[in-house]
Design a protein around this ligand. Structure first.
Ligand SMILES: O=C(O)[C@H]1NCC[C@@H]1O
Length: 342
């Protein structure tokens, strides 16, 4: 056996969505901030290609690189690599990272509750982990400030006509459509159509509506389309289905923490959700994230909420990814049969 790299990974999933964590074998990328380091990773692409492309990865995979924190309050920092983007924040990935840090012993666990501060590229996130018998059973993440952008905007999508959409930011940028109006009941057998339509809607929103983050001039696009289920009021609080189409065309298996944060910002802006409510989002595989609004704030000139999301994650294995110097595909490959719903 010979290898010019050995990258140590602990694999995990949060409520169904893969969020692997690189725990060793990669030196921290250059940059004065975690955001700058994440821009370097996005530009360079070597690590992204190595771990996300086949034969080591695939379109379903997200990979997080642990790096030394820059902020004095942070216990750990991570850079998120998704199929097409290297985003500011991610709900499922932050839950996987927290679980891997605690369950594998990288950071000490205190039962019944461990409090951590993590530094994501988009800012500091406070984590509360409910822990028992050496397992982080539920992770609560105080997400970055989230805001509604455009409400009831008209969006022309070729072949679909004019849609009424909301746009919002919840650690990543969303165009939000009503699932029922698009003919979806958010069941697993709709996944292919949700992925395909979601990509078309996201692309149309990027052309016609555009997104900009008041404090992060680098984040200038919509990443995702959320198909939002109808809100039901139950004795446990608000509940709604959620399916997010991720570029280049797949559906999040988890209920998407950034989408839940974005949706709570929209519901707060509309006066539907207050600080006493909680909203449980249900994914296409029936998994859930629960969210609350902890308070209000501002992002630049936008009214914003401070969301908290919670969910569970489990470790699925460990990997040591290697590169034989004679391998003709050191950065792997991606093909359109699986890379993007057509
Ligand atoms: O939970 C989330 O926010 C995410 N899941 C995969 C894509 C998004 O980052």
């Amino acid at each position: 056996m010979r290898s010019t790299k050995t990258i140590h990974v602990i694999s995990a999933h949060a409520e169904g969505e893969v969020g692997d964590v690189i725990v060793g074998g990669v030196t921290p990328p250059p940059g004065d901030t975690i955001w700058e380091q994440s821009r370097w990773i996005a530009r360079d692409n070597t690590l992204r290609n190595f771990v996300l492309n086949e034969p080591r990865g695939g379109v379903f995979r997200h990979v997080n690189l642990l790096v030394p924190p820059k902020h004095s309050e942070a216990d750990a920092a991570f850079i998120i690599m998704e199929p097409e983007h290297t985003p500011p924040m991610s709900g499922s990935n932050s839950i996987c990272v927290s679980t891997v840090l605690l369950d594998s012993g990288i950071l000490p666990m205190q039962e019944p509750v461990t409090n951590l501060t993590l530094e994501a590229p988009g800012g500091l996130v406070r984590v509360r982990a409910e822990c028992r018998d050496g397992k982080a059973e539920r992770i609560f993440v105080q997400n970055v400030p989230s805001f509604a952008d455009k409400l009831d905007a008209k969006l022309e999508v070729e072949g679909l006509g004019t849609l009424t959409v909301d746009t919002a930011y919840g650690g990543d940028s969303f165009v939000i459509v009503d699932a029922a109006a698009m003919g979806f009941s958010l069941k697993p057998d709709e996944a292919h159509d949700i992925a395909r339509l979601g990509v078309r809607i996201t692309n149309a929103a990027n052309e016609a509506l555009g997104f900009s983050h008041p404090e992060n001039p680098d984040w200038r696009h919509f990443s995702f389309c959320l198909f939002a289920g109808q809100i039901e009021r139950t004795p446990e609080g608000l509940r709604a289905g959620a399916a997010v189409a991720i570029q280049p065309g797949k559906v999040d298996r988890s209920p998407t923490g950034t989408a839940l944060s974005a949706r709570m910002a929209v519901l707060h802006a509309r006066g539907v959700m207050g600080l006493d409510d909680q909203l449980t989002a249900v994914s296409v595989i029936g998994s859930t994230f629960t969210g609350r609004i902890l308070g209000t704030t501002a992002v630049g000139d936008r009214a914003a909420v401070i969301p908290e999301i919670s969910g569970r994650a489990w470790i699925t294995g460990t990997h040591q990814h290697m590169l034989d110097p004679s391998d003709p595909w050191p950065e792997g490959y991606r093909l359109t049969d699986t890379w993007g719903a057509r």
